[in-house]
Design a protein around this ligand. Structure first.
Ligand code: GTR
Length: 440
């Protein structure tokens, strides 16, 4: 009897440990104790922004664009995000629906499918586009990826319900990794479509899971596998972040073909992980006229060297699929990284850049986000543009800055109406007027 019990206990142990295996990384990530004490952030030195690889001082926009900018971009590709491929040769697009009386007649709603290969199959991305009907000329458009499908941005039965894999979410009625009718409009507060339309802007969005499902095996069904031949890049040469960023550039490709859009007034945005992707897209693709990164934190706007909130090691452990595998080499030695995130922000110059934090989002390190924006200023200065123009972090809900703007909003990790209002004000100031033409 004792032997049988012993045997059964052993089997149970083996079974339990087998069960534990796949969740090891998550468990390790859960054990992580973030530092929230400013006194324990530690000493660090940021890599030089304006010294070339040959240690020559960069003093003009021309030298920046010819020498330093390409060096920094390729260091980010090599050490952090992976390579950013060009567009697929056989890409083609189809407008699948147009509703000219959307939002009570104020807007035109279009749905477009971008097929990445010759075939009209699931290697594709669905774009949802709203344009203001009151416009008498091509309009500026905000673009950004969404977390839960295009149908989650508006409770409108005319929007195609995504059939892609997505994270389960009880509140959003995502069951068995599939959206349901109850998922419509689940994230509407994050997409202030009416306000944008009322102020003369369009909005283009697509589901990030169309490019790569956000889990560590997602690469097997996402474009890193399906397009590896077409784009001539192996799955391990980039990460999910790169795939999402690449998708943002493909939305831009569509917008360039739409007569109602002013393609010189396209503003790239993103929240959180998608705010990281927006930065990486804008670093590689300079067609975007303005960049907004909302609460993007580690791997986005926050300085990597500051040990506060999320760290390089934690992000690479919890989300092993997001970045290039090379980035993991810096898990325990972030000081050795040849770049830091202020250099990514500097790659946005001279385009206007908005960095936003939230007071209760300490995980993203608001101070590190501000300091990073501040440290990017010298490149704006090369172009004779004032960046933040302040030395200290502002009080909550007090946006600051000229060509680099920053606010820390009260409240949690989110993108709210307040955030959008600031982005619209910033765009009114810098974007309207660029490359204006009349409607054909
Ligand atoms: C968190 C992650 C952050 C941020 C966030 C989000 O879990 O640690 O870096 O990207 O997710 O995307 O909402």
């Amino acid at each position: 009897m004792r032997n049988i019990r012993h045997y059964a206990t052993c089997l149970l142990c083996i079974f339990a440990s087998l069960l534990c295996l796949p969740v090891m990384t998550t468990a390790q990530a859960q054990d992580f104790q973030p530092n929230y004490d400013e006194a324990k952030v530690g000493q660090y030195q940021l890599p030089e922004l304006l010294l070339s690889g040959k240690r020559k001082r960069i003093t003009t926009p021309k030298k920046w664009e010819k020498r330093r900018r390409p060096q920094i971009l390729s260091m980010f590709a090599e050490h952090v995000y992976g390579r950013f491929p060009g567009k697929s040769q056989h890409m083609h697009m189809k407008v699948t629906s147009v509703d000219t009386i959307a939002l009570g007649g104020k807007a035109t709603r279009k749905q477009i499918t971008v097929f990445f290969t010759e075939a009209d199959d699931s290697t594709s991305m669905d774009i949802l586009l709203y344009l203001p009907n009151a416009a008498n000329k091509p309009v500026p458009v905000f673009i950004g990826l969404n977390f839960y499908g295009n149908h989650s941005t508006q409770a409108d039965p005319g929007i195609a319900l995504s059939t892609r894999w997505m994270h389960n979410n009880e509140a959003y009625k995502v069951v068995n990794n599939q959206a349901t009718e109850g998922s419509r409009g689940a994230q509407a507060s994050r997409w202030q479509v009416e306000e944008l339309i009322n102020r003369g802007y369009g909005l283009a969005t697509a589901y990030y899971g169309d490019l790569e499902p956000d889990h560590d095996q997602g690469w097997q069904t996402g474009i890193r596998s399906t397009l590896q031949k077409e784009l001539n890049i192996k799955p391990e040469e980039w990460g999910a972040m790169g795939a999402w960023a690449w998708g943002l550039s493909r939305i831009m490709d569509y917008l360039e073909t739409d007569d109602q859009v002013n393609a010189r007034q396209v503003i790239i945005t993103g929240h959180s992980r998608l705010g990281k992707a927006a930065l990486w897209a804008a670093a590689n693709d300079t067609r975007f006229a303005m960049v907004v990164s909302n609460n993007s934190g580690e791997g986005g706007t926050a300085l990597a060297r500051r040990n506060y909130g999320e760290t390089v090691e934690r992000i690479n452990t919890a989300f092993p699929h997001w970045f290039s595998p090379v980035y993991k080499n810096y898990n325990k030695n972030v000081q050795a990284l040849p770049v830091d995130q202020h250099m990514l922000l500097a790659l946005m110059a001279p385009q206007p850049l908005y960095v936003a934090s939230a007071e209760d989002d300490q995980w993203a390190d608001p101070k590190g986000e501000f300091m990073s924006a501040k440290a990017a200023e010298p490149v704006y200065k090369l172009y004779n543009k004032l960046g933040l123009g302040v030395e200290e972090m502002p009080a909550v809900n007090m946006p600051v800055g000229e060509h680099v703007r920053y606010h820390i909003r009260t409240g949690k990790h989110d993108i709210t109406q307040y955030d959008w209002q600031q982005y619209l004000d910033f765009a009114d100031k810098h974007i309207k007027g660029i490359g204006n033409t009349t409607l054909k």
